[in-house]
Design a protein around this ligand. Structure first.
Ligand SMILES: Nc1nc2c(ncn2[C@@H]2O[C@H](COP(=O)(O)OP(=O)(O)OP(=O)(O)O)[C@@H](O)[C@H]2O)c(=O)[nH]1
Ligand SMILES: [Mg+2]
Length: 254
């Protein structure tokens, strides 16, 4: 992998100063608590307050998908390299974490917004789509319904997000036993192809492809920023395909 840099436990200072009660999850305490028990209003959120600090690029990435598909776990795996096993505590409203990654010589800050998959929070999360540079749309390979809902999610994205938003479809929980699997990899590939979005299967539990998903997004956004985004220079779908094939090949030979 190309040098992902963890913030080494460094907390995101600007956001935390503004609303220190946020983002209180940890391995033992996986909760999403908001002031007065309510998700914050859009205007209270720090998205415009996050400075670029010493980063060359700041990208806003949103995690979307049905409740229980593993959005929070994916974020925690990426940010803290941990897996939140045990009781499932559904996200309330929206939450975020920052992580800085290196893409070649560029320091990219990913501001990752973890949304609640539950229907009742949809109107809260819709308000954030328009500012997102990239969307990671998850389904759970052991939950057919979460896959069937992908078309509806893509419809919402079309309605609320920017036209040029980068979308990546992720079939999460690919660590699951084959008897539990309800969605074949080919089905994920097909719907991604039909909608011209990148695709891979991930596991927040084992970490498989988690870093790759975020790094691919960072690479794509960097290429766009540099104005080098055209078919010949960088294509996120091809990049993901190549990288996942490489990973498969090396695990076959090892
Ligand atoms: N086996 C397996 N279980 C996972 C994986 N990712 C998440 N889970 C489990 O799935 C459940 C839901 O995970 P969450 O990350 O909280 O789901 P979510 O998408 O954030 O759900 P909402 O916050 O309600 O939208 C938890 O019990 C996790 O332990 C995975 O990759 N593999
Ligand atoms: Mg969650």
């Amino acid at each position: 992998m190309d040098g992902s840099v963890d913030g080494s436990g460094e907390r995101e200072p600007v956001a935390r100063k503004i609303i220190p009660q946020w983002s209180q999850y940890s391995h033992q305490h996986h909760t999403h608590n908001y002031q007065n028990g309510e998700p914050p209003m859009v205007s209270q959120l720090p998205r415009h307050s996050i400075t670029t600090e010493t980063c060359d690029l700041v990208c806003k990435v949103m995690l979307l998908g049905d409740s229980g598909v593993g959005k929070t776990c994916l974020l925690v795996r990426f940010r803290d390299n941990m897996f939140l096993s045990g009781n499932f505590i559904s996200t309330v409203g929206i939450d975020f974490r920052n992580k800085v990654v290196m893409v070649d010589d560029t320091k990219v800050k990913l501001q990752i917004w973890d949304t609640a998959g539950q229907e009742r929070f949809r109107s809260v999360t819709h308000a954030y789509y328009r500012d997102a540079h990239a969307l990671l749309l998850l389904y759970d390979v052991t939950n057919k319904n979460s896959f069937d809902n992908i078309r509806a999610w893509l419809g919402e994205i079309k309605e609320y997000a920017q036209d040029d938003v980068v979308i990546m479809l992720l079939g999460n929980k690919c660590d699951s036993q084959s008897s539990e699997r309800m969605v074949r990899r080919e089905d994920g590939e097909r719907i991604a192809r039909e909608n011209t979005v990148a695709f891979m299967e991930t596991s927040a539990k084992t970490g498989q492809n988690v870093e790759l998903a975020f790094i691919a997004i960072a690479r794509e956004l960097k290429a766009r920023k540099n104005g080098t985004h055209n078919r010949s220079s960088f294509n996120v779908q091809e990049y993901v395909r190549e990288q996942t094939q490489k990973a498969t090949c090396s695990s076959c030979t090892s």
